[in-house]
Write a protein that binds this ligand. Structure first.
Ligand code: FES
Length: 359
């Protein structure tokens, strides 16, 4: 068996390799160095600015920059003053317009003052010559570190950061004042009332009727047949003038009827159901999606967001998924006319965990 194969020109691969070796043996061992085709043009000579040549112009630029920083401070103060003096009143679009306009003007002035002042400082007063720095190791040598310190002090000298005290102080003042409007605005993200109290209570209280979502018609115990499930809201929700959605998001309930012998109730909650009818919060204890799917045969509730499953027959304990707690149960009863009513609010906060939640 031969180790050489026919090449495209009829000669063998072994012959081609031999010719290549001959050629390499004859080639002179000299490196070819070509001159750079593009010459380094270098930097153009530094052009002195008017502020480099005329001390009066330099002083004028310094005053202009200080004025810009001062305007920035005024803008930030104006934004805070506008937030306090022109509050937004619910339903009054005029107050929204004036509040937003003044806040916008103040914050714009605050940011523009700092930005333009800093750019003007660097363009008019800091030196404009080019610097070349050779590449070096990540950690510089002691000599280069010393040089870095020198550069900092040179920059300090050139920019006049310590010498031009008025300009420096107004800039520091502007930098401190600029974020203050943001603090005031972030406060608006929190509700006016105590958020923890809001999370712990819902619209349910003793005697409030359970009504259909969204029609608001009350539900009689006799309407709830075995296997049926109702989406429930508290009576009076539709009449709320404000925060209707927030209240609904906390108070939404699922109502189901199971055969009494299939319901394993906790002893302390034996009186919370009515003839096999039970009511549980619809808000998933994982991250708060509505638990909307009821499987009649198994009595399981499924949250479609991350597939947590709750067992209605066993006080809605978690049987699958990331939820950590059972759905809170709403204690129910029946009034004189046969309508389902709440016995009280939920006895624990509904929905996902939060810092101050005890359970
Ligand atoms: S919100 Fe229900 S499982 Fe995640």
């Amino acid at each position: 068996m031969s180790d050489a194969h026919d090449g495209p020109g009829g000669e063998t691969a072994g012959t081609a390799v031999a010719q290549l070796d001959d050629h390499q043996a004859q080639a002179p061992a000299v490196a070819v160095v070509r001159a750079d085709r593009i010459e380094n043009p270098g930097f153009p000579p530094e052009r002195l600015r008017v502020t480099d040549l005329d001390p009066k112009k330099e002083k004028q630029a310094e005053r202009t920059i200080s004025l810009l920083f001062f305007l920035s401070i005024i803008g930030s103060v104006l934004a805070v003053a506008a937030y306090i003096l022109f509050p937004i009143e619910e339903g009054d679009f005029g107050t929204i317009r004036i509040n937003n306009m003044l806040l916008g003007v103040g914050i714009t002035l605050g940011l523009l003052g700092i930005g333009i002042g800093a750019v003007h400082w660097s363009k008019a007063l800091m030196h404009g010559h080019e610097e070349v720095e050779e590449r070096h190791l990540t950690r510089g040598s002691d000599a280069s570190r010393e040089r870095a310190v020198e550069i900092f002090s040179e920059a300090n000298k050139e920019s006049g950061f310590t010498r031009r005290s008025l300009m420096r102080n107004t800039m520091i003042g502007a930098l401190i004042a600029t974020p203050i409007p943001a603090i005031a605005l972030f406060r608006d993200l929190a509700p006016a009332e105590d958020p923890v109290a809001l999370l712990k209570h819902t619209m349910w209280e003793a005697g409030v009727r359970l009504t259909r979502d969204p029609s608001g018609t009350p539900i009689k115990a006799s309407d709830v047949t075995i296997g049926s499930a109702f989406h429930v809201i508290p009576e009076g929700l539709a009449e709320l003038e404000s925060h209707r959605l927030e209240e609904k998001a906390k108070a939404a309930v699922l109502l189901m009827r199971l055969p009494v012998d299939e319901l394993n109730e906790r002893e302390d909650r034996a009186s919370w159901s009515y003839d096999g009818i039970v009511a549980y919060s619809k808000i998933c204890t994982h991250v708060g999606c509505p638990v909307a799917l009821y499987e009649q045969q198994t009595h399981h509730l499924l949250c479609p967001c991350h597939q947590s499953q709750f067992d209605v027959a066993n006080h809605c304990e978690v049987i699958f998924g990331p939820a950590a707690r059972p759905l809170p149960q709403l204690p129910i009863a029946v009034d004189d006319e046969g309508y389902l009513i709440a016995q009280s609010d939920f006895t624990e906060p509904v929905g996902p965990s939060f810092w101050e939640r005890a359970l």
